[in-house]
Structure formats: C-alpha cells, structure tokens
Design a protein around this ligand. Structure first.
Ligand SMILES: [Zn+2]
Length: 460
C-alpha cells in the first residue's frame, strides 16, 4: 500500500485511485468530478498533446501509442460469440462500459475506434469452436508445447523475469525505500532482483529458457526525468495547476504531486520505463510468459521513521477489470481487445491460481483483500488472484502473472529481509524457515511445475 493514500497495489501507489488516467473533463459532471479529485489528491491525466497525425486525434493514455486496429483483422473468426462475451463480462469489463464502445451482436462485435470520427472495427465471430481459425500469437500455451519429461517439466518454455522497479540509486525517487534506524535500507527494486536471480537457475534446471527483462538496478529506458519536464508541465496545466512549482520542498510536501519534479520523475520511472520493458518483451524476448516479481507494502509513513505493522499477506494479479475511464482511451481499449483475442487470460489465470496455491502453501500468508472493489475483481479459484489493469499486465503481449507476496513493512517480513539470504533453514522470529528470497523463488517455481506438468503432454 501507499505511503499516503489508500491505494493498495504498489505499481500504482502514487496515483490515487490507480495508475491510469482520465480524460480531460469537458462536461459539467466531469468538471465537478475534477474538483473532487483535485480536492483529494492529484492525478496524472490523459493528454492529447502529442502531434496529431490525422485530422482526428486519438484519445491516448500517458505516453500511449497510436493503436493499429488493422492488426485485429488477423483475429477474424478466431473466437466464438460466447467466449468473447464471457471474457468481456468476467475478466476485462467487470465494471461495465459505455454502450457505444463495444457492441456485441450475434455474429459480430463492433468496437469503437475513435469517438470523434465514429469509426469502428467489426470483429466477426467463429460459428462454433470447431470452425474457429487458429489464434495468431507468438507465445505458446502449455497444451501446445511438446511433451516433457518428469525431470524437465518446463523444457522448451521461454520465461521472462521482470523484477519490479529499479532499486539502487533510484529507490528513493521511486518511493520504494525505507529505513528503520541504522538497519539496512529496504529497497523493493533490489529485493525483486534478488528473487529473480535465485529463481532463474531453478527454472533453468527444470528445463526453461530464462530471460531477464531487467538484470541490474539501471533503467531500460534511455530517458531521464529531465526529458519529461515539458510534458510534466503540460500535464499539470491541463489538470488545473496553471503555474506549477518546479521542485518538491521535502518528502513531506503535501503538494509534491503538483510539482514538475514529481511528475517528470514518475513519467520516467513508471510510464517510460514500463513501456520500454514492454518493447523489449514484445519485440526481442518473445517469451511464453512473463513473471512480474514484486513485494507488497502497507502505508509506512515517513520513510526515515517507517511504521512497522503486524499485517502480512499476498496476492497475484492478472490483466482485466478495466475501469470505464480506461476503456474511453483509444489505446487502452485497443490493447484490451488485442489481449482478449490472444486468449492470454485462458492461460494466465489458471497459471496464476497454480502459483498462488503453491505460494500460499509455502508462505502460509493469507490472501490480501482490497478495501474496495473499485479497480480490481477477484478471479480464479485460489482466492488470491485479482484482475487489474496495470501497465505491465496490459502491455506485455503474452500471459503475465504479477506476484505481490509479503508486506515489506510487516514485522515478520522486515525481520526476514534484514536477515538476508541464506541456504537451508534458520530460526527467524521463533520459526525455522527458509530465507524469504528462497521461499519466494521456490514457491513460484513449484507453482509453475504444477501447472505445466499438469497441463502439457508427458514424455518418457
Ligand atoms: Zn512493486
């Protein structure tokens, strides 16, 4: 959870209610809503300030790219009406949507390309499962992999590891840093990289080809905060701050989110960084799945005098549960439909459940319950998996399982992080246990084995 807000998931914790943006208000209702939002907390907004390439501008999210709707022609007659409607209702659009955005008919679905131009894309459904065209995709579902042997249940599988955040010298900027007295500082980006480096050899031993989305504390994006100062200024002005301050006064500055410094930093380390990671995943790594590795946290207040709590929990995320405001954005609506048609959900949801079951068994952690269902929808069978529209889960074009175990500022997790990594078992907080990093890596690997060994063909 956030330092300052009731925003439980950590990718989004600096933007209440979530990472995504809203459209510049025009109607009276929207203006009223903007006042409410400005009164509570400040949000990044969607902007159409990028060069307009045609006479009708796309309504894009932050640093969003223009959707290529023609790509969806490849998905004609690859899905039945019933499967399409099921995925819309139970995974992707659980909060509803404006009726003109997606119209599901008996034989076709009509998806609005752009409200201003009123252009739409028409998807033709397959008449039945037997008459469906093959789904075009670069990743391979477990069922389509060649059979595997018991000792190599992940053979041939391409797994990309995405350790969340940056850590190192960026950890304070990311607000993923806290320190208790003279103890070692806790930096989420360093913890996730440590887990990834323990997980990689385990997965290789099981037969997988392992790829790192990040394997240092340096960003993938070549951009830096200063590259986004002008964009940050425009975002602030469009969001009702006519004369934005340049700098944050100090960490406790209540209006820091309305400064050019804060906005340009988040544009760098979140929006630009995750979009570059997506380009790496989609155009170079071509994995069969991506594992996003994170540690969760609850509000810790002053990072130099953080609050430690008894609460500890875990949950996993898959893509879905788009908000109505997000569906209004042309790029997000397009990316959602492309993801739906790729059938990533049919793979990532049972996989997430299998990983959740293994992690729950081995960590003993209870499921995290979001305080409100505003931006998430519980899905699957384990009780630990939620659908949520995060940048990474939306943009990586393959199944993505996003892990959020352990509350870093819980007394138990904090003590285990301070002990560090070790082999075998040790007594920590009165309990014999593995290092927190090995417990994380081992349980993820066990969940993968259970899913792939249970799903793919068996060799000798
Ligand atoms: Zn995180």
């Amino acid at each position: 959870m956030t330092n300052a807000e009731l925003v439980p998931n950590d990718e989004d914790r600096r933007l209440a209610p979530r990472h995504s943006c809203f459209v510049i208000p025009s109607s009276r209702a929207q203006v009223a809503r903007r006042r409410v939002i400005r009164a509570s907390s400040f949000l990044l907004v969607s902007l159409s300030i990028f060069p307009v390439r045609s006479h009708v501008a796309d309504n894009l999210g932050i640093l969003g790219t223009h959707p290529k709707w023609a790509v969806l022609e490849k998905y004609q007659e690859t899905i039945t009406h019933d499967d399409f409607a099921r995925l819309i209702q139970s995974v992707y659009c659980t909060h509803g949507f404006a009726p003109d955005l997606i119209e599901i008919n008996e034989e076709t679905a009509r998806i609005l390309i752009n409200r201003q131009s009123q252009k739409s894309f028409t998807l033709r459904f397959a008449k039945n499962d037997g008459a469906s065209n093959p789904v075009p995709r670069l990743w391979r579902p477990a069922k389509s992999l060649p059979s595997a042997k018991l000792e190599k249940p992940l053979s041939g599988l391409r797994i990309a590891l995405d350790p969340g955040h940056l850590g190192g010298k960026w950890a304070k900027m990311e607000e993923r840093w806290f320190q208790v007295g003279n103890s070692a500082a806790v930096e989420e980006g360093d913890l996730t990289l440590r887990v990834a480096r323990l997980l990689a050899p385990r997965l290789r031993k099981l037969g997988a080809k392992v790829l790192f989305v990040r394997n240092s504390s340096e960003p993938i994006t070549p951009k830096r905060p200063d590259d986004f100062r002008e964009l940050a200024r425009k975002i602030l002005i469009k969001n009702g701050v006519p004369h934005p301050r340049v700098d944050v006064l100090d960490a406790s500055d209540p209006e820091k989110e309305q400064t050019i410094r804060w906005q340009s930093e988040i544009l760098f380390y979140r929006y630009s960084e995750i979009r570059r990671r997506a380009a790496l995943v989609n155009f170079k790594l071509h994995p069969d799945l991506v594992l996003c590795l994170h540690f969760n946290a609850e509000s810790w207040g002053d990072p130099n005098k953080p609050t430690l709590i008894d609460t500890n929990h875990m949950h996993l995320l898959v893509n879905g549960s788009y908000l109505q405001d997000e569906l209004e954005l042309d790029d997000e609506r397009f990316e959602m439909i492309r993801r739906l048609l790729s059938r990533a959900s049919d793979e990532e949801l049972p996989l997430a459940d299998a990983i959740a079951d293994a992690m729950a068994r081995e960590t003993g952690l209870p499921p995290y319950e979001y305080p409100t269902a505003n931006s998430t929808t519980k899905v699957g069978t384990s009780g630990y998996v939620y659908a949520r529209n995060l940048l990474a889960t939306r943009l990586y074009r393959c199944p993505v399982v996003y892990c959020e175990p352990y509350v870093m500022n819980s007394n138990d997790a904090f003590a285990r992080i301070q002990v560090g990594d070790y082999q075998g078992m040790r007594n920590v907080n009165g309990v014999q246990r593995k290092s927190i990093f090995r417990e994380y890596a081992d349980s993820v690997a066990d969940g993968l084995v259970e899913y792939y060994w249970g799903t793919r063909g068996k060799g000798d």
